[in-house]
Design a protein. Structure first.
Length: 109
């Protein structure tokens, strides 16, 4: 449940929160849990999912403020950690401009 909340916060919050999560200490804790053979597989799968999601999300922005997300993802991938197929669309961190809905999908009101 905590990992789900963390996932939601990473989606909703801005760079200041991302910087708090993207620390070497926090990412190391995730790696330790991931490498713990006695940890539940469900938790390990969620951590793999989050590391991949954040790695891809911050790679696309070439983010200098939170580089560890992509660095950890790349290092784990190179070390043989199996990641699921990447999602088609990866949410980018804190939008820099408001999104314009030029093509509405039937919801006019």
């Amino acid at each position: 449940m905590s990992l789900g909340l963390l996932d939601m916060l990473m989606d909703k919050c801005a760079t200041s929160f991302h910087k708090q999560i993207g620390t070497r200490d926090f990412m190391q804790v995730l790696i330790v849990i991931l490498n713990n053979k006695q940890m539940q597989q469900e938790i390990q799968k969620k951590i793999v999912y989050l590391i991949q999601k954040w790695g891809l999300r911050f790679e696309k922005q070439n983010n200098k403020e939170c580089p560890l997300f992509f660095e950890v993802y790349s290092a784990l991938k190179k070390s043989g950690v199996q990641f699921p197929p990447p999602p088609a669309n990866v949410q980018q961190p804190a939008p820099s401009k408001p999104s314009q809905s030029s093509s509405s999908s039937g919801a006019s009101s």
